[in-house]
Structures are given as structure tokens and as C-alpha cells.
Ligand binder design. Structure first.
Ligand code: CBA
Length: 405
């Protein structure tokens, strides 16, 4: 038989299918609450003013060429991206125990991290990693692709539409010693529910006790609270507690560089010597897959991180985005609670943080929103708050009220 004629038809990716369905929909009031991508109040993608400025500077700089980057990426980008999440005064950074590799955005960092662990982590038995239930849909394939079995730990309590802290902590306690545990650094996707500092401290002490490895995924630094340092609190607490860890970092959302694929992987090692050996092995893996990462986006981020005036402007732009999302949360909560008097409690809409809200809607109700109201969201009830604007939020609230009644 001809080669490949036995290849099975793969299922379409949920998030990308939703975007395609939305684009194909001709309904004048269609609303896209699917992909976690920021939109301004006119439902348009937002090129951050600071990125526009950095881009103009870059295009005028004729010392910029199109040569290969080093395998592990643009050095000034890597040297600035690490302290951004780990802290400018991070002991791990100062002691040169951090290995930073530029990756193909957050997905590339997750992949390279999972691949590295599958090759070099001393699993205590089975090659497995614990990821939250629910989590970013792509986490399952990322780990399976490298031969690490993704198991889930309880994270969400449908009764409170909040954190199932007891379930989460219990799973961390009962996981085999030295388990790899994936943690969302801030703005949990899809629930928008993050542990409190006290809860993070309890999780960290159990993870320390059981010698677990923390696999942090950070795709929304700055989006949760509007403050870069506040959103890095959990990562920095775990480093300070001496828990072995890595951080996957994405600049897709907080710098609006989605399609430029700007990200990094930071692995904290026990010593500078170990870090050098870890870096050498990451370079071998990266070389065989992408050889070296794309330069354009990394140059932009290196500029906004490295030049104080641009860094300050970037922080203002982040506050603009997180501020608009918080305004949408408050307005949606007001409409449902005070205007429409929609049955049920909607406080989670304002208690949750970051890009997403976990509405608590059932798959059937989600289906009705799509088919009858042309409002696109994932069947787990997640909505991207950035898809809401002052022009469509009334229509959405009314539609939600209709499907809930
Ligand atoms: C927790 C998490 N980690 C990593 C990524 C990867 O992001 P990137 O590779 O673009 O840097 C996302 C993006 N997730 C989505 O916002 C989402 O869940 O809608 C969307 O971009 C996606 O790829 O699914 C994410 O939510």
C-alpha cells in the first residue's frame, strides 16, 4: 500500500478550531471568548505602544543583521528574562545556578523542559508528571510527546468554583517522593483561580519535604495582578525555599508578541558547575530541533527589559491590559448580579484573576452560547475576559442569562 495511507485523522486542537469557527461565523454580533489573546475595547489585537517604539528603534539600527543566534538564544534576552521572573536580586541568579535558554515561546519552553526531564531527571519509578485538573489543554500532548505520562492532581472545586486546596495538597502529599509537579505560576489557565500566599507556602513546604520537583509554567506574568513582581511571588518563594525547579516563560501575552514566539526556559541547578552541564545538554537537544531560536522578538523584549524608560512604559502597557480585563470582570458581575439578576452566584467572575474566567457553565450551556448566540468559548466553560468589550458585554451577559435560566 502507498505509504501513510494508514495514518489516522487526528482531532483538531480545541482552541485553534474555536478560532477558525469564530472567523467563519458571519453573524454580526459574534463574540470570541476562546483563545487567550488580549483584545482592546474595539475587539482588535493590541500592539503595545512600547513594542511599536522598540520596533522603530530596531528598524533604524543598521548594526542589526539576520545572522544566526547562539543555540541557546540571544544572550541579552536570556540574561534579562531570567531575573524578570526569578527576581533581580535572586540568589540563584547571583550564584550563576540558573540556566536560561530562549525557546519558541511558552510552548517551546514547556516542550524543551519536558524533553530535558524525560532524558535527565531521576524519576523515582515511572516517567510521569502531575499536572492540574483542569489545565491548559496542550500540557497533555507536550508531556506525552516526550514519553512522560501526564497524571492529574485535583485543582478545581465545581461547588465553590474555586480552588480545591485540600485535594491539591493531598495529592502533593501522596505523590511518590521526587515527583515532577507542574504548577501555573499565576493566572491559572483555565480556572483563573490561584492559591493564596499561605496556600502556596503550604504547598511549598510539602514539596520540599517530599523532594518534589516544581515545573512552573508562567505564560501570564503581569496579567494576573497587573504587577510583574506580584505575579512572580510563587516562583520566587519556591526558589527561596530551595525546591528544585524550572520555569517556562512566555512573552506572548504580556508583550503582545503571540506570533513572534518569544519565550525562555530557566532551570535552577544546585551549583554553577551543574548549571554549565545542564546548559550543555539543553543545547544538544535544542540544536537537533530548531538549531537556534528566532531573533526578532527576542531583540524587542531585550530592549524593553534592558532600557529603563522602555521597561517603565512596558509596565504601564501591562497595567492597561490587566486593567481593562478587571473592568470587564466588574461590569459582567454587575450586569449579572444587579441588572439581570441571573440565577446563581457570580462572585467568582471578580474573584478570579488573569486572562480567563471559569464560568461554571455546563458543556450543554456552552454549546447553546455558540450555536444560538454565536459566542465562542471552550466547552469547559472558560471564557477569555479579553474578548469582552464595552460594546459586546451587554449582549454576552444577556446570552449567558438566557442559557442559565
Ligand atoms: C498555561 C499556558 N502555558 C503556555 C501557553 C503557551 O503560549 P505560547 O506558546 O503562545 O507562549 C499558554 C497559552 N494558551 C492559550 O493562551 C490558551 O489557552 O488559549 C493559547 O495561546 C493556546 O495556545 O492555547 C498557556 O495558557
Amino acid at each position: 500500500a502507498e505509504s501513510f495511507d494508514e495514518v489516522a485523522l487526528a482531532p483538531l486542537d480545541v482552541i485553534f478550531k474555536l478560532t477558525a469557527d469564530y472567523k467563519a461565523d458571519t453573524h454580526p454580533q459574534k463574540v470570541n471568548l476562546g483563545v487567550g489573546a488580549y483584545r482592546d475595547d474595539s475587539s482588535k489585537p493590541w500592539v503595545l505602544p512600547v513594542i511599536k517604539k522598540a520596533n522603530e528603534i530596531l528598524l533604524k539600527d543598521d548594526s542589526v543583521d539576520h545572522e544566526y543566534l547562539p543555540i541557546t538564544g540571544l544572550p541579552e534576552f536570556c540574561n534579562l528574562a531570567g531575573p524578570l521572573i526569578l527576581g533581580a536580586d535572586s540568589p540563584a541568579v547571583k550564584e550563576k545556578r540558573v540556566v536560561s535558554v530562549q525557546c519558541i515561546s511558552g510552548t517551546g519552553a514547556n516542550h524543551l523542559a519536558a524533553l530535558f526531564l524525560s532524558r535527565f531527571y531521576k524519576f523515582n519509578g515511572a516517567k510521569q508528571a502531575f499536572i492540574s485538573d483542569p489545565t491548559w489543554v496542550n500540557h497533555f500532548n507536550i508531556f506525552r510527546n516526550v514519553g512522560v505520562e501526564p497524571l492529574t492532581y485535583p485543582y478545581y472545586d465545581p461547588k465553590t468554583i474555586g480552588l480545591d486546596f485540600d485535594g491539591f495538597l493531598g495529592a502533593v502529599k501522596s505523590a511518590p517522593l521526587k515527583s515532577v509537579i507542574l504548577l501555573h505560576a499565576c493566572a491559572h489557565n483555565p480556572t483563573g483561580v490561584d492559591p493564596t500566599h499561605e496556600q502556596w507556602e503550604a504547598i511549598a513546604s510539602v514539596m520540599k519535604e517530599r523532594s518534589h520537583f516544581a515545573f512552573f509554567d508562567c505564560a501570564y506574568q503581569g496579567f494576573a495582578s497587573g504587577d510583574l513582581d506580584a505575579d512572580a511571588w510563587a516562583v520566587r518563594h519556591f526558589v527561596a525555599t530551595g525546591i528544585p525547579l524550572l520555569v517556562c516563560q512566555s512573552f506572548a501575552k504580556n508583550a503582545g508578541l503571540y506570533g513572534e514566539r518569544v519565550g525562555a526556559l530557566h532551570i535552577v541547578s544546585a551549583s554553577a558547575d551543574a548549571a554549565a552541564r545542564v546548559k550543555s545538554q539543553l543545547a544538544v537537544l535544542q540544536r537537533s530541533e530548531i538549531s537556534n531560536p528566532p531573533a526578532y522578538g527576542a531583540r524587542l523584549v531585550a530592549m524593553i527589559l534592558g532600557q529603563p524608560a522602555l521597561f517603565d512604559e512596558w509596565k504601564r502597557d501591562i497595567k492597561t491590559m490587566s486593567g481593562r480585563i478587571i473592568t470587564m470582570r466588574k461590569e459582567l458581575h454587575r450586569l449579572l448580579t444587579h441588572e439581570l439578576k441571573t440565577p446563581g452566584n457570580w462572585d467568582h467572575i471578580i474573584n478570579q484573576i488573569g486572562m480567563f474566567s471559569f464560568t461554571g457553565l455546563s458543556p450543554t450551556q456552552c454549546k447553546a452560547l455558540i450555536e444560538e448566540h454565536h459566542i465562542y468559548l471552550t466547552s469547559n466553560g472558560r471564557i477569555s475576559m479579553a474578548g469582552l468589550t464595552s460594546h459586546n458585554i451587554g449582549y454576552f451577559a444577556k446570552a449567558l442569562d438566557t442559557v442559565v435560566r
